[in-house]
Design a protein around this ligand. Structure first.
Ligand code: PBG
Length: 327
């Protein structure tokens, strides 16, 4: 070796040294667990393509929410699966709809012990499975959908949610939701904008989880995976429209986007480690092909390192427990 001998390995030799110089630390408080609740269930039900994730009954959801709080997670993101659907997704707006009822249940159970969030989108509630209302020719009608989102936001806020997550990728959705919340007196409800959402095949298992009726795809409103600059345009617009936090989704295949968004805005950046990311690791681990826990922590660390301050992950509760025990 030439002199002076520069030996980066000195800082890797012991666990104590590695811990000292670690640049990225995960904390349970940064993890948000998505949870599904299905109308009419009396027992929780497994989701084949998401092993370990459940469609909850109202009762099991309350218990799972308490468990998540005990594990120390930063938030819970709720998704509802209705028993029946219609063309305009009226179950999402109805105060008695499953998602709004579940928000009430969870808030009654956990209060402010964690942040209760809800997906604000019509795809779980529409008979065609699209994120918005359709025109007579079958296109997603941006502006008609905005009116439905406004109503849905107010219903979720009235149910007590702390954060709404508009995820439908309609232009102008953040502004419309913010205004509707404010006019209805819900000025304290925050908006986590799914600002950057790619038309991704990694959402596949989620569509099983919510029993989505979608045929076709969402490429006319979700983003092209080929584009990065477009994401900066989307986040800039959402922040200008009043987003309190912005999200990038999926996470692991888009770490360059997470990093660019983190550099571009001054609001907290979240990333959603989506269903397909989870399912791939679970499938490989079930075959003994990867070390499951190490891969989980490595993916979360990488998403955090890229610049996501908040991570939505189906492993949130388990990862929070692992972080407390071992890492
Ligand atoms: C839309 C929504 C989707 C996901 C979260 N919110 C589905 C979609 O856009 O098709 C996907 C999450 C995941 O795959 O884990 N309501």
């Amino acid at each position: 070796m030439p002199y002076p001998e520069i030996r980066p390995r000195r800082l890797r030799r012991t666990a104590a040294m590695r811990r000292l110089v670690s640049e990225t630390r995960l904390d349970p408080a940064e993890l948000v667990v998505p949870m599904f609740v299905k109308e009419g269930l009396t027992e929780p039900r497994a989701i084949a393509s998401l092993p370990g994730v459940l469609q909850h009954s109202r009762d099991s959801l309350r218990k799972a929410a308490v468990g998540a709080v005990q594990a120390g997670v930063g938030g819970i993101m709720l998704f509802g699966v209705p028993a029946s659907r219609d063309a305009c997704g009226s179950g999402g707006v109805d105060p008695g709809g499953i998602l709004n009822v579940a928000i009430r249940d969870v808030v009654a159970e956990v209060g402010d012990a964690t942040v209760v969030m809800s997906d604000l989108c019509l795809d779980e509630f529409t008979s065609h499975g699209h994120c918005g209302l359709l025109t007579p020719t079958g296109e997603v009608d941006n502006d008609a959908t905005l009116a439905a989102y406004a109503e849905m936001a107010v219903a979720q806020a009235a149910a007590g949610v702390g954060v709404v997550g508009p995820s439908g990728m309609m232009d102008g959705q953040v502004a419309v939701v913010r205004q509707a919340l404010d006019v209805a007196g819900h000025t304290d409800v925050a908006v986590l904008a799914y600002a950057v959402k790619y038309a991704s095949a990694f959402f596949g298992p989620f569509r099983d989880a919510v029993e989505s009726a979608l045929e076709g795809d969402r490429r006319a409103y979700q983003q092209d995976p080929a584009n990065l600059r477009e994401s900066l345009r989307e986040v800039t617009l959402d922040v200008a429209e009043g987003a309190d936090m912005v999200m990038v989704k999926p996470a692991l295949p888009y770490l360059d986007v997470v990093a660019a968004v983190h550099a571009a805005v001054d609001v907290p950046v979240a990333a959603y480690q989506v269903s397909g990311e989870y399912a791939m690791v679970e499938a490989a681990a079930a075959n003994g092909w990867v070390d499951r826990e190490r891969v989980i922590m490595e993916t979360l660390t990488s998403i955090r390192r890229a610049g996501a301050q908040i991570i939505l992950t189906y492993w949130a509760v388990e990862a929070a427990q692992l972080l407390r025990q071992r890492y």
